[in-house]
Design a protein around this ligand. Structure first.
Ligand SMILES: Nc1ncnc2c1ncn2[C@@H]1O[C@H](COP(=O)(O)OP(=O)(O)OP(=O)(O)O)[C@@H](O)[C@H]1O
Ligand SMILES: [Mg+2]
Length: 449
């Protein structure tokens, strides 16, 4: 029994209908059951392109067009189907040109016995090409899959690194808060202790000075009365009178008597300044009383500034104040004092000798603003973006911990406020703290802190 005929779908580009019969017969003889679709023009070719074809057979010259034009249409579609030129009149030269343009073979109509083997070979080669393409596709897919897996893995690793970094940051921040809280507590206790210790002797010094002023005033009046008896004494007891005169000269009695009132005044002034400082220290040191309260914010700022006057004086920095008044603000006085203290201390540190630092408070609608401006060196550009991070400092070791601003930032956050800085290198820095006058009035945000 002979082998069954193999189906073969053929696109046949040919303007001679008789040629189809020849081809069909030749293919049947070679064991194929051809299904031939014949087209005559490029337009028909385009319309027929979609079909699945095993092979394209094309005449060389079709009126105005040639097999090369047909080939171009086919290639433009990106189809890889064996393309064989079957022509009655085509020289070897044209055949070579056609093959260079992508035709797979060319056959003369007078030698159709070559057709079947050529188709056979081209189908095998097309299969080979398909297999290679499939292998390449598989390789490309495997590559893509691998790349996707590497990408996913990299992202995983980055995520892990990120969360580790975040955990580390959180730890650093928590540690900073702890250190600062302890620093504050210790500092507060020390300040409160000193204020208390100074307060007792200060109280009796102030009392005694008042008594002394009265008594010394009386004694001075008495001495003046005695002086009126000078002439009598000189006559009655000249030696004694001489002795008294010498003693008075050594004492420079007239000077002492004239300047006593001024000295009392400056002593009283000094004492009241010490008293004010002690009171300020006590206000400032109420660090344990961290409760929110409706209290005068300006008073806290003023007392904090007074605490820093010594530090300012050391560098001959003038502290100028322009306080609101902003009145009562719902806040934690001890903590906001701490913020002001950090900002003003930084401003003093940044100021040149003889510079000045301006501290202002003002109302701005439902907010109060505290601004601290200096005309120092400004914030170094390389740290500008990080100054609110803990442990970021440009001060020499032992002078700055780099915690002041990070703690201040946290405190202002707790108050639902914000802290902003503007600085021009070489022209100073201005920090502005904005706090809600009453954060209870900020709807629905009460319970956050
Ligand atoms: N007014 C300012 N002018 C210029 N630089 C400033 C000013 N305020 C802060 N800085 C910069 O920000 C850094 C961080 O300030 P921060 O108050 O957090 O820490 P510190 O002052 O260095 O140390 P600490 O306050 O803990 O003693 C400072 O070291 C300084 O470089
Ligand atoms: Mg500081």
């Amino acid at each position: 029994m002979s082998d069954p005929l193999r189906p073969l779908s053929v696109l046949f580009v040919e303007d001679d209908p008789d040629a189809q019969l020849l081809i069909e017969r030749q293919l049947r003889r070679s064991g194929y059951a051809p299904d031939i679709r014949r087209v005559e023009t490029l337009a028909e070719l385009r319309a027929a392109l979609a079909g699945p074809y095993d092979v394209v057979l094309s005449d060389y010259s079709l009126g105005a067009v040639t097999a090369l034009d047909v080939l171009a249409v086919f290639r433009a579609e990106g189809r890889d189907v064996p393309f064989i030129i079957v022509s009655g009149a085509m020289g070897d030269e044209l055949g070579v040109t056609a093959m260079l343009s992508g035709a797979h073979d060319y056959i003369f109509k007078g030698n159709l016995s070559r057709l079947a083997p050529a188709i056979e070979r081209e189908l095998r080669e097309a299969d080979g090409r398909r297999d290679r393409r499939a292998a390449q596709d598989a390789l490309r897919r495997a590559n893509e899959e691998l790349e996707a897996r590497i990408r996913a893995r990299t992202e995983d690793l980055e995520r892990v690194a990120r969360s580790e970094r975040e955990a580390h940051e959180a730890l650093k921040l928590a540690q900073a808060h702890l250190v600062q809280a302890e620093k504050l507590a210790a500092f507060g206790q020390m300040v409160a202790g000193i204020a208390h210790e100074v307060n007792n002797p200060l109280a009796y010094v102030i009392n005694n000075v008042a008594v002394l002023q009265r008594d010394v005033g009386g004694l001075a009046a008495l001495v003046e009365r005695y002086q009126t008896a000078d002439a009598v004494l000189a006559r009655e007891a000249p030696a004694l009178a001489e002795e008294i005169r010498d003693a008075a000269a050594r004492l420079d009695l007239p000077y002492v008597l004239t300047h006593l009132p001024a000295q009392w005044a400056s002593t009283r002034d000094g004492l009241s300044r010490i008293l004010q400082l002690v009171l300020d220290l006590r206000v400032f040191a109420r660090l344990d009383r961290g409760d929110f309260d409706d209290v005068d914010l300006d008073a806290g700022v003023a007392s904090t500034i007074n605490v820093l006057r010594g530090r300012a004086a050391q560098r001959r920095v003038t502290l100028s104040l322009a306080l609101g008044p902003v009145g009562r603000v719902y806040h934690q006085p001890s903590k906001i004092n701490q913020v002001v203290m950090n900002l003003v201390a930084n401003a003093i540190d940044a100021s040149p000798v003889g510079g000045d630092v301006a501290v202002e408070t003002r109302l701005a609608g439902a907010w109060v603003e505290v601004s601290v401006a200096d005309r120092g060196e400004g914030i170094a550009p390389e740290v500008a973006g990080r100054i609110f991070e803990p442990f970021v400092t440009t001060k020499p070791p032992g002078e700055g911990t780099g915690l002041g601003l990070s703690i201040s930032y946290g405190i202002v956050q707790e108050h639902m406020g914000e802290i902003v800085v503007s600085s021009e290198p070489g022209r100073g820095a201005t920090f502005v703290v904005r706090l809600p006058r009453d954060r209870r009035a900020l709807s629905g945000r009460d319970s956050i802190v």
